[in-house]
Design a protein around this ligand. Structure first.
Ligand code: X90
Length: 275
């Protein structure tokens, strides 16, 4: 029985050690250039280009064929997709699932709508791999991941909501109402997988405290923390602050890749954690 985990590239994972794994890229389009969010992309170079590019830029989710190809010939496939509330990626995975099962009715495909992105997807992927290694059945894993999702969270700090608003991922009314367009905010992925602003933060200290407050409000006391960022300094500071609450926390820090970098912009940080 070949088991495979397939995630879209908003997970920021290109490779994953614990299981047979594939990443399906989203794309970022800015004028003449298309950045495919795969191993060939240099996120830093993309951000530098975007900083000088004044025209419209946008993103696109993978199509069903791209998901379908990534399944390979696995008997059991679990897809982990960015929140269906902000992207068509999850829907494309559902269509790929239908196509795959029509051809191979004996195989199994589960599509997990992460209701989140980035490092919270990483937590889900790590659990899926762990349970498979431990010998749980596909059906058991399906039930367990739905429960686990209720215990994981995503908080983030962004320098602005510009990319999100320009691409219709946050309503301009919400952004304008809160005066959030050009100010650093702390937010969370809501229970239904939308971006929920929590506070506006003028200073760096306030931003750091805002992130910690959100984590505490979700009952964070330790466990796994995954941090994707375009801000090495803030990531290091947050690691220190998290260690003050939970010295034994399992923390991993990494540079965000293409899709997350585009929306989180330079300076952004995303923290996925167990509550
Ligand atoms: O289909 C597409 O073109 C992709 C659209 C993705 C839009 C949202 C990306 C968010 C990336 C920014 C902060 C986290 C917000 C999480 C809300 C659930 C990261």
């Amino acid at each position: 029985m070949a088991f495979k985990i397939v995630a879209d590239s908003s997970s920021d994972l290109l490779v994953f050690d614990g299981a047979d794994f594939a990443s399906v890229p989203l794309s970022i389009m800015a004028g003449e250039r298309t950045f495919v969010d795969d191993a060939t992309l240099n996120p830093r170079e993309m951000l530098d280009y975007l900083a000088t590019y004044k025209g419209r830029s946008t993103t696109a989710c993978p199509n069903p064929d791209a998901w379908r190809e990534a399944f390979g010939e696995a008997d059991e496939v679990v897809c982990v997709a960015i929140t269906s509330n902000l992207s068509g990626s999850c829907n494309a995975a559902m269509i790929a699932k239908e196509d795959y099962l029509r051809l191979h009715p004996e195989r199994k495909v589960l599509v997990v709508d992460s209701l989140s992105t980035g490092p919270e997807m990483v937590l889900l992927i790590e659990k899926l791999a762990q349970w498979h290694q431990e010998g749980y059945t596909f059906e058991a894993i399906e039930k367990m991941i739905a429960e686990y999702q209720k215990t994981t969270h995503l908080t983030f700090a962004l320098e602005s909501l510009r990319s999100l608003v320009n691409n219709g991922r946050v309503s301009p009314a919400v952004a304008a109402l809160a005066g959030l367009l050009n100010i650093r905010i702390v937010g969370i992925a809501s229970d239904v997988g939308t971006l929920q602003p929590v506070s506006k933060c003028r200073g760096e200290k306030r931003t750091q405290q805002g992130l910690i407050d959100v984590m505490k409000s979700h009952g964070f006391k330790g466990g796994k923390v995954r941090i994707a960022h375009n801000n090495p300094r803030l990531a290091e500071i947050m690691t220190g602050l998290i260690r003050e609450i939970a010295p034994d926390a399992d923390i991993q820090v990494y540079q965000a890749r293409g899709l997350v970098s585009f929306y989180a912009e330079d300076g952004g940080i995303l923290i996925g954690y167990e509550g």
